[in-house]
Write a protein that binds this ligand. Sequence first.
Ligand code: URP
Ligand code: ZN
Ligand code: ZN
Length: 503
Amino acid sequence: MSTPVKKVPIHLQSSQNRLLIRHGQVVNEDGITEDDVYIEDGIIKQIGRNLIIPGGTRTIDARGKYILPGGIDPHTHFEFEFMGAKSVDDFYQGTKAAISGGTTMIIDFAFPKPGESILDCFYNYRQKADDKVCCDYALHVCLSHWSEQVKREMELLTKEHGVNSFKMFMAYSFMLNDGELYSAFEQCQKLGAVAQVHAENGSIIAKNVEKLLSKGITGPEGHELSRPEDIEAEAVNRACVIAKQVNLPIYLVRVSSVASANAIADRQSSNQRVFGEVEASSIGVVGNPRDPKLVTSPPIRSSPDTSAELLQFLSSDVLQLVGSDNCTFNKAQKELGKDNFTKIPNGVNGVEDRMSVVWEKGVHTGLIDPTRFVAITSTNAAKIFNLYPRKGYIGVGSDADIVIWNPNATRTISAKTHHQAVDFNIFEGMVCHGVPEYVIVNGRVIVDEGQLRAVQGYGRYIESPAFPPFVYDPEKVADLKPERNGTVEEEIQNIREIEKIHL
Ligand code: URP
Ligand code: ZN
Ligand code: ZN
């Protein structure tokens, strides 16, 4: 039986604080300006120089620092029951950690248990998350099986619950076959939803696993051996081929290999609309096949060049965004697979360190500039999931989700100091330039001169409308999608009106 979800009026949640950020460099994906930013009631109200603002307003001096849109992590798994274990970061600790690292919105995956209705699963995730989240969040819904009921519930979720993305798996026991993928893709296309695919060839992996175990290879090194790069690239290509049959834009999650990125580039060069997400773990860590703590799927590749090559693909827009795929299991949980690598719960941390790792490996090394950093850590996620310009943008009318980033300060990542529940950190010891000294969430200063003061339940569930114009060509779907025209400011005003109707 479905349980109705509580909705908390926005005016009860948002901060009444007034805040002025002065002398910083405002970075959006399309440029950097020297402007002051004035915030009231959780919204950016003015941007410019010599602003006239009410007395008594708190001022933060951002001289020598960047003012960035808060990060959006498009891929987390909090409180996820998976492979006989439950991920240890819950929606409170996970979002608190996210904020401490400069991420002000996360998108988690509602993952149905075997046989569970996807609608009930969505309600269950809302109930788990609503009272715990410290920052705003949205939900993708996973299609772990295919049926007429799933198809109907996708429509309800899209039209009535603000879900605009569905994830399908080509690996694991719950993978969909090609025919099922075709049907699910058709439904995504009809609804204007973003089709996300975990691309690995599950049938071949099963064969490889059988062979490795029969040869006595039971340790963690069996994981990457069973899932080589072309197993990933083949599935990426196949997903694209199927999507093309139904004229569907497609989003590949967790692109971990150069072979997959090349497959995406090929498809894009024949004008197919394909988006690719890379994980912070693939950028910050070189895979060590002997370490069970690094086991995640697709694997963190053990080639030392992968990180720089994936960053090049991010820089050239073959790949568009960086997620964390934060799915944390403690050392003891990882030990479940000590005699059989297929039993190691898959997943690693990243929600807290994603921004720092990308800055360090991308911006500090000179591979990408701060505007591209903003695009791949925030703006592109907002555009793809139809949250832009409310999120992922520093402009008048946008939500005041802002990070004041000191590019000259450093911090060392460690499980001893991180805010996540997990008892180790895959980036342990990494020194990162670029520190989020202030993190402002809906107008409230949550990280204040480096001090974290997260508020449980302060975040909101954000509805994501169908037919994102960045994904679905607005010309081609004009007769299907709701009318959305006008300037950025008018568009934000429309969103606020819709919110009022929903409350
Ligand atoms: O290994 C991973 N990525 N664990 C989480 C489940 C998934 O595939 O997203
Ligand atoms: Zn996945
Ligand atoms: Zn995942």
